[in-house]
Design a protein around this ligand. Sequence first.
Ligand code: HEC
Length: 320
Amino acid sequence: MTALRPLIWFTLLILPGLPGAVSCALTAVQQTEQPSGWTILHAERSSAGDLEIGGELAGLPLGTVRYIRYEDLLAMPQEAYSVTDDENFKGKTEISGVSLTALAKLFGQATHSDLIVAICYDKYRSNYSRDYLAAHHPLLVLKINGQMRDKWPASEYDTSMGPYLISHPTFKPLFSVLSHKDEPQVPFGVTRLEFRSEAVVFGTISPAGKWDEQSPVWQGYRIAREDCFRCHSLDGEGGERASRSWLVLAAWAATDSTRFQQYIRNPVAIQPCAKMPAHSTYDVETLEAITAYFKTFAWSRTSQSTLAQRDSSQIQKAQK
Ligand code: HEC
């Protein structure tokens, strides 16, 4: 079996320093050692614990999916930190793993993949923009307190934190928009990383037309992009944990803004079994900005877009 392994292993050879799209070449060469800048991608999954990667992969057609084994990730250069401010851990915790930036350099397209999307087993997503990566240095965690993942503690919901989770050395908010602060993106249960382009992914939910950065619509967009987009989706982009699309939220914003805003601030007051986290720190101005932003989808896009037709049954339900 081992003799066959090199045949099915694809090795991505990175030539550092060369600009543009031709800096990467895909070759099928035998793995002899682990020189820096090499890594090994598999066309087939070997176990449920493999990391799936997709999106715009260097040297591969759009939409190609590859798998990386936990052992191979452990063989890459590791970074280690003591963490005290991650809500997934109790008390001071030692973490080690591979930085998302290092993974993006190896696998993303040098020219335009500037966004990493982490997708979790419960359809939650975290988006790591270029600014976020530079400011917070997120790490794909492979060991917790020196332990391999079969010994990891359970999540706060008593579910597995594996196969992968993402954490930071420390987290200091980079920006705030009204009463929304830059939030740590610390998903657990990460199964897939996508190397994407901000223009495409964020473009899906950017408000139509030109808006000043200080306008409520644009401020609402910034907040929704950081927060709501992790669980609510539009046109295949964004998390699907909520099973309520952007257009359903837009319909609520446009037809019953009081209920919409109450839901954001305190979901259980509207629906006792609500799973959505409360946003109790959002003030009136913040809630108005989010409402103004979502309304732009109800009026400008639902009238002509095919997205609206696809989601119209959901909207009708929401309007009842
Ligand atoms: C961590 C995941 C998560 C985030 C983040 C999130 N939501 Fe939700 N949301 C949900 C889930 C799950 C539901 C489905 C009902 C429930 O369990 O609360 C939901 C339902 C809703 C509803 C009710 C829809 C209906 O049909 O009754 C509204 C309105 C809503 N979300 C708005 C927002 C807005 C606006 C944001 C961003 C400020 C946001 N949500 C962020 C998970 C999330």
